[in-house]
Design a protein around this ligand. Structure first.
Ligand code: ADP
Ligand code: MG
Length: 553
């Protein structure tokens, strides 16, 4: 350790520095600023919110609302730390109806940007403004009822944080995600988005079912709305409503899963588990449901003060909520989907193999005789190609299955389910392995220790830049572990769904015959279908082997 540090006296940090440090907790990037400003606008009762971004929000973010505004004399308070109009005492947290309550966002944002706030309080005629170069000095301006917050040059005075900003496209995508969530959270509010002067979204307030469905289609795509059920269930003091994907519509990512509790987006394990359980019977391993669901519940039964970004909650009656959700979903999936084949049944009966292709792209066997007896989803194995790919036939369809990937996917599926149930088994490694980390990884390791533990890793700090691995999750095979740990320490991770990263790492690696190659190969076959028609029946394994060899090159 630096000997100077040992002898330095203890000092109270200057306010600006303390704010900048605290900003690290909630303000990670432009999207986090946007989230806080939008929450404030909604808390102010706005019915129309306009957003303007420049350069992915790194250059400027302006949010204008028509809410109740801030009185001129309170402007300086709004940007002070621990200043809020939303709670007065601890008990208020139990009946919270606002999105904000910590009174920290504006103070944090303003400490790391060049800002300007203008506001006109409802019922007043004069508006007031305040800006970064003369804080505390309030002057009169023109402004309609409501508030505009203008944030420019984020992190201009904290170069270390600025370094973590990514390309404009990436930062914009994060802002767009925030926009989407807010617009799905509050159908009763109009949202308008501009980026670099271009109007990208115009979403007027949606008052009826048709308008709400239109908004969902605009934000999540028409195909999601067309392939989903709408549900609305009320039970004692709980209500669940929204759109859930039909069993035969699924996605490769968990990117279209929106769950709101009292209008607040939430990532939560209890909820993930309930959702997964409901879809379990229908989805193949590695596929994910899509949903936009609103859960309304007495604010006293959820604690939102668990995490600074307020994305996590604690339920007072987790079990009951879990059961209510699973039951609503199960009923609704069942009633709408009586004729689809529960996949699990097939998987349990088969030897657990999974195709890397969508079934829509499967190659049709032209005059194949559909076998009458009940078969597993992927049917019978016709042959094994290159010691690795299984060619199977189920009715009229042929499946080409990469056995190695199938195994990985299935293990992943079990691992994720075990993690959700908080029940991951561990396997000690034969010889504890030392892993060197760079600065960023070290920092992230400190933040993600709990996550690693929950995932089933047993890791200790070995030295300043080194960790030692003692046990790994039971579902993980030994060969990939160190690289996976590096990936988990390098990528950005949503702690509520670390499997997005794990999946991408374990499944989307180059070097083997991936689904893209297979698709390419199949498209070629599809084109030659006519020509193949007759010879398909006499096709030999050697022919297929030749094709596979070609497409693997
Ligand atoms: P919090 O939202 O947790 O109260 P913030 O730092 O985000 O803390 O905001 C501080 C205060 O500034 C709020 O409590 C609110 O009174 C006021 N405020 C901020 N933004 C707005 C807005 N858009 N309209 C009205 N008041 C606002
Ligand atoms: Mg706030």
């Amino acid at each position: 350790m630096n000997p100077l540090l040992l002898s330095a006296p203890i000092r109270i940090l200057p306010q600006q520095l303390a704010d900048q440090i605290a900003a690290g907790e909630v303000i990670e990037r432009p999207a986090s600023v946007l989230k806080e400003l939008l929450e404030n606008a909604l808390d102010a009762g706005a019915t129309r919110i306009e957003i303007e971004l420049k350069i992915g929000g790194m250059e400027a973010i302006r949010v204008t609302d028509n809410g109740h505004g801030i009185p001129g004399e309170e402007l300086p308070l709004a940007i002070s730390r621990h200043a809020t109009s939303k709670i007065r005492q601890l008990d208020d947290l139990l009946r919270l109806h606002s999105l904000g309550f910590r009174g920290e966002a504006l103070a944090s944002i303003c400490s790391v940007s060049q800002w300007e706030i203008s506001s006109c309080q409802a019922g007043e005629t004069s508006a007031f403004a305040m800006r970064y170069n003369q804080p505390q000095q309030v002057h009169e301006v023109n402004h309609a009822t409501g508030t505009s917050v203008w944030i420019r040059k984020l992190f201009h005075n904290t170069p270390a944080r600025r370094k973590f900003l990514r390309a404009e496209r990436t930062e914009f995508r994060h802002c767009d995600d925030v926009f989407r969530r807010m617009a799905l959270a509050r159908f009763d509010v109009g949202f308008y988005l501009k980026h670099n002067g271009r109007q990208l979204q115009k979403l007027p307030a949606a008052a009826d079912d048709t308008a709400r469905a239109r908004r969902v289609a605009q934000l999540c795509g028409q195909s999601f709305v067309q392939n989903s059920f709408y549900l609305d269930v009320t039970h004692s003091n709980m209500r669940l409503w929204g759109w859930i994907s039909q069993p035969d519509y699924s996605r490769q990512q968990t990117d279209m899963q929106y769950f709101f509790i009292n209008g607040r987006i939430i990532r939560d394990r209890v909820i993930n588990h309930a959702m997964r359980q409901a879809y379990n019977a229908y989805l193949r391993p590695g596929r994910h449901a899509a949903y936009v669901l609103h859960f309304e519940i007495d604010p006293a039964s959820v604690d939102v003060n668990v995490h600074p970004t307020k994305h996590e909650v604690r339920f007072r009656e987790a079990r009951m909520i879990h059961d209510f959700l699973s039951r609503c979903l199960r009923d609704s999936l069942r009633s709408g989907a009586s004729d689809s084949v529960p996949f699990n049944q097939a998987v349990n009966e088969s030897s657990l193999y999974y195709s890397t292709r969508d079934s829509s792209e499967s190659l049709r066997h032209h005059d194949g005789q559909a076998s009458a007896e009940h078969e597993t989803f992927f049917g019978q194995v016709l042959t094994v190609l290159l010691g690795r790919y299984l060619l199977t036939q189920a009715g009229e369809r042929l499946y080409l299955i990469d056995a190695g990937r199938a195994r990985t996917r299935i293990n992943l599926h079990h691992w994720e389910a075990a993690w959700e149930a908080n029940d991951v088994t561990q396997r000690p490694v034969l010889i504890p392995e030392r892993i060197a980390l760079d600065t960023l990884q070290r920092q992230r390791y400190q933040q993600r220790r709990d996550l690693f533990q929950q995932l089933g890793f047993d890791i200790d700090q070995a030295g300043p830049g080194e960790i030692v691995l003692r046990a790994i999750p039971g579902w993980l095979s030994g060969s990939d572990v160190v690289a996976l740990i590096h990936a988990l320490l390098t990528a950005e991770i949503d702690p509520a769904s670390p499997f997005d990263v794990i999946r991408a790492y374990l499944l989307d690696r180059p070097g083997d015959l991936g689904s893209i190659d297979i698709r390419h190969w199949l498209r070629g076959m599809e084109r030659e279908r006519e020509a193949l028609r007759d010879c398909w029946r006499v096709l030999t394994q050697a022919d297929l082997q030749y094709w596979l060899g070609q497409s693997a090159k």
